[in-house]
Ligand binder design. Structure first.
Ligand code: UD1
Ligand code: CA
Length: 465
């Protein structure tokens, strides 16, 4: 390689558009794509390129977009406000102004193109630099190019881009489309932007017009295809959002399968991009793994699991259940039909079974809550058995106070026990079926009735110390 001085790179993200075709009160780039705002993947990808400056052009709902963008990336961003949405060239000009005296290459990316990869962007920039072009356009050949700008080429490279609405029928037959992503030499971009007008059907300042302007000045404009055509797909309406989400999930699933996870039916398995899953885990459809979920090795997930922001350790099973902010220990079993709410912590080898809801509670190692129970604000020790239809009565409707239930190791809670919190059940204590436990139960004691009263000491059973 000749020893060329390294050219600087800046990035401009266009995210000020109205997103009219969404027909939404929420700005387009903030709509959810696999658990994060649509804008987030583009920011992730740009961060990997580490540009000297990243400008985000905001307009409609600028504050909300700005806040979300800051939340979604750790890299510093500069925001430039486009006061009126006059078109992509006007947005690019707004971004360019925020670049100050920057000199080098400018990568322009729309905020609505989340599938583009860092590999493709690197190749685009390298091609642009090797060829010493004034502009290099990321393109793709689509079976159905409807809606995209068409690439008109000649011997020298790209002559111009024609928008769908302005294209003739012959031009519409061109399948090579503009991905809306470009690298420009900054000086060339800056001067060309001043010459863009609104002489088109949409009466907008088109960034795409910069191409023919540069060519008329005799500058070199090239096209470079994305590694995969899908990378350039943009999101202009909700149908395209759903389509892009499907592509993104396919990628996530393929990455996990390549790493040793079995996904029985990837079409009906919805995994957010940042979810981690260990090898030899089997995921049955339909299942949803959402947010910051981490799943260990050798787990059995689904059918019918909806797991949000939860951690599931090695060898655990979750079947037909909903988990939100829960922790499930190794070899533990959840469901069928369990609901684990925030703060549910199931220790190793424990079980939460059919029609059981657990909230802000610990279930100790080897303990079981097999059927039809509500466990809220409780700490349950080891090897406890909670009989069917047990309720921790944790909420006093009069005082609106929530209280704790503590159950010691080895206790046996009889079916249909009501534990009126705050209450402690001692180690190896037993409550009879239908007891209403209003007072603390001493260790090793059997209580029965409503209100529950001590009956006798618990019998020693085989294996007791
Ligand atoms: C644009 C391209 C089209 C290309 C397609 C690729 C133009 C004129 N057309 O069309 O050739 O095939 O992208 O996806 O550029 N924006 C602003 N301010 C504005 C207008 C738009 O910030 O005033 C932003 C939008 O938020 C969006 C991006 O620019 O992120 C592109 O605008 P959009 O209206 O989606 O352009 P397309 O019609 O998709
Ligand atoms: Ca678009």
């Amino acid at each position: 390689m000749p020893n060329q001085p390294k050219r600087a790179l800046a990035a401009i993200v266009l995210a000020a558009g109205e997103g009219k075709r969404f027909k939404s009160d929420t700005p387009k780039v903030l709509h959810d794509l696999c658990g994060r705002p649509l804008l987030a993947p583009v920011l992730d990808t740009l961060a990997k390129l580490d540009p000297t400056k990243t400008i985000v052009v905001v307009g409609r709902h600028a504050d909300a977009v700005q806040e979300a963008a800051k939340r979604e990336t750790r890299k510093p961003l500069t925001f430039a406000k486009q006061e009126r949405q006059l078109g992509t060239a006007d947005a690019a000009r707004t971004g360019d102004e925020a670049l100050g005296d920057f000199s080098g290459d400018v990568l322009i990316v729309p905020g609505d193109t989340p599938l583009v990869t860092v590999k493709t962007l690197r190749a685009l920039i390298a091609h642009h630099r090797n060829q010493k072009a004034a502009a290099t356009i990321l393109t793709a050949t689509l079976d159905d190019p409807t809606g995209y700008g068409r690439i008109i080429k000649d011997k020298q490279g790209v002559e111009r881009i024609v928008e769908q609405t302005d294209a003739t029928n012959t031009q519409r037959d061109i399948n090579e489309v503009n991905g809306g992503i470009y690298v420009f030499d900054r000086a060339a971009l800056r001067s060309a932007l001043t010459k863009v007008d609104k002489a088109n059907k949409q009466k907008e300042f088109y960034l795409t017009d910069v191409i023919s302007i540069l060519r008329e000045k005799g500058e070199k404009v090239l096209a470079r295809a994305a590694a995969q055509a899908e990378e350039i797909l943009g999101v202009n309406d909700r149908a395209q959002l759903a389509d892009i989400a499907r592509h993104l999930r396919k990628r996530t699933n393929e990455t996990l399968m390549a790493a040793g996870v079995s996904i029985v039916d990837p079409t009906f398995t919805y995994i957010d991009p940042h979810v981690k899953v260990g090898k030899d885990t089997v995921i049955h459809p339909p299942s949803f793994l959402i947010g910051n979920t981490v799943i260990g090795k050798n787990c059995e997930i689904g059918p019918g699991a909806r797991i949000t922001d939860s951690r599931i350790d090695d060898g655990a099973r979750v079947i037909f259940s909903m988990l939100d902010g829960a922790r499930v220990g190794a070899q533990a079993s959840v469901g069928p039909y369990a609901y684990l709410r925030p703060g549910a912590r199931l220790a190793k080898g424990s079980k939460v079974g059919t029609f059981v809801e657990v909230k802000a509670s610990e279930i100790g190692e080897g303990s079981k809550v097999p059927h039809l129970s509500y466990i809220g604000d409780a700490v349950i020790g080891r090897d406890v058995n909670v009989g069917a239809a047990t309720v921790t009565v944790n909420y006093d409707a009069e005082t609106k106070i929530k209280s704790k239930t503590v159950i010691g190791d080895g206790a046996k809670i009889g079916s249909d026990t009501m534990l009126i919190a705050p209450v402690n059940v001692g180690k190896r204590a037993v409550t009879g079926a239908g007891s209403v436990v209003t007072n603390d139960v001493p260790a090793e004691t059997v209580v029965v009735g409503n209100p529950a009263k001590p009956l006798r000491k618990r019998k020693k059973t085989k294996g007791d110390g």
